[in-house]
Design a protein around this ligand. Structure first.
Ligand SMILES: Nc1ncnc2c1ncn2[C@@H]1O[C@H](COP(=O)(O)OP(=O)(O)OP(=O)(O)O)[C@@H](O)[C@H]1O
Ligand SMILES: [Mg+2]
Length: 283
């Protein structure tokens, strides 16, 4: 059976009377699945609310995993404002001919549409169908090779871009990012419920820009989503200086690394992943 977003269920094939546009999506989904088949775990970092720290969390989760010996990729799937290259100080461009090769930075493979666009300041104005096509092609033609984890930074909102990602990528699940404010938490519930409605797994919630104790708003959001709080990341003004200089906080600052390490420890059992086996080279 195929659900209303073209996800195949129970391994059965699409019914013969299906609209050609759905068949095209299913076909591309199959090709993307094959392309990503050497990636053990794919985790999306998401929130409907902008500016809560999705990109910051995605980068630091990726580099924490890398520090622990995993092979990690970081996919900037925010095609409106692809910021990861700037956060990491990457100025290299990818060869635009398929297969697209991610650029390695300090041990993590990174791919972003910003690596395909020349002028950083030029606004990228893409409408629905083009967004879907652009993201689909980007996923299909990027060659990640073997990875333990692919961390995917999503754009904010509940419209085309995040929907396309949920539709095209079979993710292990999403980490929802919020800040302690009510408005962010209400929107994080909205994001999580949308992902759940599309059949996605919610791995948990991270409270970013925290004072160290989760706010009542965050606790309510975690309960509403029937998930768990993975941890809090404190409001830390040096993050802005770091990101302006292309420095990754967890590679620079032990205290921040330990906060992310606590989060990773909660993620690993969720993804049924055995880090010891990987580090021993058995996987
Ligand atoms: N814990 C933190 N303490 C202080 N500043 C932070 C923290 N986390 C993120 N920031 C800063 O907040 C700003 C927004 O962060 P970021 O770009 O990661 O958010 P985002 O959710 O990805 O935004 P968008 O929705 O636009 O993609 C950045 O300037 C970043 O450096
Ligand atoms: Mg972002």
């Amino acid at each position: 059976m195929v659900n209303d977003l073209g996800h195949e269920e129970n391994g059965a094939s699409a019914p013969p009377n299906m609209h050609p546009s759905f068949l095209k999506v299913i076909d591309q989904k199959r090709r993307i699945k094959e392309k990503l088949s050497k990636i053990k775990h794919k985790i999306g970092i998401y929130s409907a609310k902008g500016g809560v720290g999705k990109t910051t969390i995605a980068i630091n989760v990726a580099y924490t995993l890398m520090k622990q010996g995993f092979k990690v990729g970081l996919l900037d799937a925010d095609i409106d404002c692809p910021n990861i290259t700037m956060f990491l100080g990457i100025t290299d461009k990818m060869d635009p001919h398929a297969p697209l090769k991610p650029i390695e930075k300090n041990g993590v493979k990174v791919a972003s549409t910003a690596m395909l666009v020349d002028e950083l300041k030029r606004p990228i104005i893409w409408r629905g169908p083009i967004i879907t096509k652009m993201l689909g092609d980007f996923f299909e033609y990027t060659d990640w090779g073997e990875l333990d984890y692919l961390i995917i930074d999503l754009s904010p909102g509940t419209s085309d871009a995040p929907l396309t990602i949920m539709q095209l990528l079979n993710l292990d699940g999403f980490i929802i990012v919020t800040n302690p404010q009510k408005i962010a938490c209400v929107n994080s519930v909205r994001s999580g419920l949308m992902a759940k409605r599309l059949g996605a797994n919610i791995i948990g919630v991270i409270e970013n820009m925290s004072d160290g104790r989760p706010s009542k708003n965050t606790i309510d959001a975690v309960e509403a989503l029937k998930t768990e709080l993975l941890g809090t990341i404190e409001l830390n003004n040096t993050f802005n200086e770091y990101s302006d200089s292309g420095i990754v906080p967890v590679l620079e600052d032990e205290r921040t690394y330990l906060s992310f390490d606590g989060i990773i420890k909660k993620i690993l059992p969720n993804s049924k992943f055995d880090p010891e086996a990987v580090q021993a080279g058995n996987i």
